[in-house]
Ligand binder design. Sequence first.
Ligand code: GLU
Length: 286
Amino acid sequence: MTYGTRPVTRFAPSPNGQLHMGHAFSALCAHDFARAFGGQFHLRIEDIDGTRSRPEYIEAIMADMEWLGLEHDGAVQFQSQHIARYAAARDSLICAGLLYRCGCSRSDIAEALRHKSVPHGPDGPQYPGTCRVRPYQGDTAFCWRLDMEKALAMAGPLTWTDLTAGKQYAHPMAFGDVVIWRKDAPASYHLAATCDDAADQITHIVRGKDLFAYTAIHRLLQQLLDMPEPVYWHHPLLLDASGEKLSKSKSSPALSARRLAGESGPGLIDNLRQGTLMLGISLSDA
Ligand code: GLU
């Protein structure tokens, strides 16, 4: 497969835990895809969540990447340094009349859901719409939610292309009125990642299949914010012996533990590369 332009990919870990083999695999996919076509590979630290991001995890990510030998191009980007970028995007959505303030707590939402049945999306029950119907006037902390129906009416039908799954129709309605600007941290993951991918001119978003469904929201935001449409490749996930996806919360063995035990980073990457070949993934025609 050939591209008119050289691909630009990124690896975008959140520093809220130690990286594990699944991250090494994801970084490898994004890295090798870019390199296979003479493109660029960026590293972005998604450290926007002040309550969960920790400096020691950032240090570990940097050390892990160096140990693995996956070199990135340009300076490492930190989301915490781009809050103004996300605020500008939020403000343009507010100006377009697409966001509303929501003061509901988790328990308010749970209570409202006891009286109202709502569709369940990939993230669970949709927000019941309390503050859409009755605008929030309080003076306690609030978040900004997207009025999904209005947003979709403005954006029109949305599609995207995944290199392995093919052409997709985006149905962000399934998520309901998603949070765009959080109460306890600045931008939502959806807004921040979408803004950064556009600002860094990422042409190919290479990431795990666990994020596949969210692409519908990202495509909607791209359309509303007049941003270019990237190509996507949602790669398969590494599973543990019991068939579960590796995760930070289930404490899959950390890369840093292997690094500190003196294992070879490039050796581990080579093993993963062999694995991708066994999986039948060829990065040159993904
Ligand atoms: N920061 C996200 C994570 O660690 C990845 C976001 C993305 O690749 O779009 O799961």
